[in-house]
Design a protein around this ligand. Sequence first.
Ligand code: HEC
Length: 113
Amino acid sequence: MLLKKRGFALSLGVGLLAVVCVAQAQTDIPTSQNMLYVKSLAASCAACHGTDGKAAEGSQIASLAGLDKNYLASQMKAFKAGTRPATVMHQISKGYSDIQIDTIASYFAALKK
Ligand code: HEC
């Protein structure tokens, strides 16, 4: 009887853990656990937009740090959809899912200009 109760408690615990994990995976706010992943996504922008999204002085390419989250995400989605003309961003944006784009946008929005 006691064993059965434990088994139930255990499976309830595992079930709850699974729910928590799914909820966490869906959030676009970087947590310490997925920060490395977020940074690796954002790092692929550094080559052109500068380290930490700060474009080099005199650069023709926009800084991403401190950009409004919705603006950044909507521009990426417009590049992806081809509704905003681009030289390279239409190619680059196609490499990211909408969730990844939102994640990247949150990351840069949180950085100082
Ligand atoms: C190969 C260089 C290159 C890389 C890498 C790159 N970009 Fe760009 N980005 C550009 C250029 C050039 C433009 C101007 C539009 C165009 O011609 O494609 C631009 C424009 C943008 C804009 C529009 C800025 C504005 O002020 O409207 C956003 C947003 C943007 N990039 C986000 C990103 C993000 C996020 C990444 C990484 C996932 C990234 N870019 C990676 C070159 C790059």
